[in-house]
Ligand binder design. Structure first.
Ligand code: EPZ
Length: 418
């Protein structure tokens, strides 16, 4: 088990290249099995979640290699259709493989994905979408046994704009005969990126990134190449770091369009964000103000994944910040850990009231989940003394080279093997 030590009190100064988007790479890796050919996926972040996805591809019989930010998948020799419990447990979002395996093989056996740190993670919308396309799904002994000898295009009305259910629907529809209409689709940039990848595979996709997506299944090209979009949540996390610690950083390879709600929130705090092409200069002075109420919403609203790091940055802003978490029911697990550092935060259900401006002190804290761990790093930047963050395996799921990036930004940060 490794931990991360961070010494607070330094202003940030430096430049880093932003990683490719984890939440775009994962569905694209799943979709790579649709064609029985080769796909090359560039700008893929080196993360444990990506490694878990490659393990699943190899388990299915594909060749999957990661080299210097590029993944090479050859699914011509794919024979499998099951994802065993051990692999399902390594990555909660493994359910994203369901549509692709069904479309490629006509069957799929997955162990029921458990909940995760954020609370129960239902997949009812995923399963309902697969059934709309003609799949028969049984639950036996904790496994999902799915059969779909031939998926047929259909209308899929999503009850909530679920990111994963939208992605599974698009991927399965790509392998279905005929046209599929998906309504109330999620509009996240990662959906748009999946649509671009499917198009590169030869699929006709319209409206990816809007509430209504049309997919025309059919033949696939034997080869496709794609470059993953920048990770907007990693960008939000590094902006939160400079908001908390002060100083000036430059992020290379950002996409301003994907960060509108995030930029608005940090600008309300007095953080200066200057975008020039795909480069962002972010700076903050001695004093920042609390943002107005922050309510998480599906895209284009404020992203739930950026709520924990933003909350940590608010601890330096004298005054009261109010957070309303509307997406996940258990997304304040970082609060008890922040409290150990001296934070004054009151949680009541989905609402968190942050009283910023109190000095924080270093402590030993445990990363409760991926973005909660990021919040602890942000808080440690302003804490007096050293903070030791344990359970960093959660952080490694989503932040490439986090220790080296913090060092490049002038922070005394070290990963230590416990
Ligand atoms: C994706 O998760 C992201 N993960 C999450 O990022 C992100 O927080 C989330 O979208 C929201 O933006 C990946 O892309 C790998 P949802 P996903 O389906 O698809 C409910 C991170 O930190 N729901 O949009 O699982 C669900 O309970 C991770 O990088 C159903 O009720 O999210 C939640 O309340 C954390 N039934 C809401 O919808 C379903 O079948 C949104 O979930 C599916 C979802």
């Amino acid at each position: 088990m490794s931990s991360l030590t961070v010494t607070g009190g330094r202003r940030l100064s430096g430049e880093i290249r932003l990683q490719g988007a984890k939440n775009s790479a994962l569905p694209i890796l799943a979709a790579s099995i649709l064609s029985s050919g080769e796909t090359v996926i560039a700008n893929c972040p080196r993360l444990t979640d990506v490694e878990a996805a490659l393990e699943i591809l190899r388990h299915l019989g594909c060749r999957a290699e990661f080299s210097d930010g590029t993944v090479y998948v050859d699914s011509s020799s794919m024979t499998g259709w099951d994802i065993p419990d051990s692999l399902m447990r390594r990555m909660r979002s493994s359910v994203i493989f369901l549509g692709a395996i069904l479309a490629r093989t006509g069957q799929a056996t997955l162990s029921m994905p458990g909940g995760c740190e954020l609370g129960p993670r239902p997949i009812d919308l995923h399963l309902a979408a697969m059934e709309r396309l003609g799949a028969k799904i049984d639950e036996r002994g904790g496994n999902l046994i799915c059969h779909a000898p031939g998926l047929k295009g259909a209308r899929i009305d999503l009850a909530t704009p679920s990111v994963g259910a939208t992605e599974n629907s698009m991927i399965a529809a790509a392998g279905a005969e005929g046209v599929t209409l998906i309504t109330n689709a999620a509009r996240e940039p990662e959906i748009r990126d999946l649509g671009s990848f499917l198009t590169a595979l030869g699929v006709r996709v319209r409206g990816a990134g809007t509430s209504t997506v049309v997919v025309e299944g059919g033949r696939f090209r034997p080869y496709a190449r794609h470059r993953v979009i920048p990770d907007r949540i990693a960008a939000a996390t590094y902006i939160a770091a400079v908001a908390a610690a002060g100083g000036r950083i430059v992020l290379r390879g950002v996409c301003e369009r994907d960060l509108t709600a995030v930029s608005d929130a940090f600008r309300q705090m007095g953080v200066c964000l200057a975008y020039r092409g795909n480069t962002l200069a972010a700076s903050a002075g001695e004093r920042i103000k609390p943002p107005l109420t922050v309510t998480t919403r599906p895209y284009p609203g404020f992203p739930t994944d950026a709520q924990p790091p933003l909350m940590a940055a608010c601890l330096r802003a004298p005054g009261t910040s109010v957070f309303v978490e509307t997406i996940f029911e258990n997304r304040y697990r970082h609060v008890p850990e922040l409290t150990r550092m001296g934070a004054d935060i009151k949680v009541d259900g989905r609402v968190a009231i942050v009283h910023g401006g109190n000095p924080l002190h270093g402590a030993i804290v445990a990363a409760p989940d991926l973005r909660g761990g990021a919040a602890l790093i942000v808080a440690a930047l302003t804490a007096e003394g050293e903070t030791r963050i344990i359970e960093t395996k959660h952080i490694m799921r989503g932040y490439e080279d986090i220790d080296r990036n913090l060092q490049a930004l002038g922070i005394n940060a070290k990963r230590v093997e416990d």
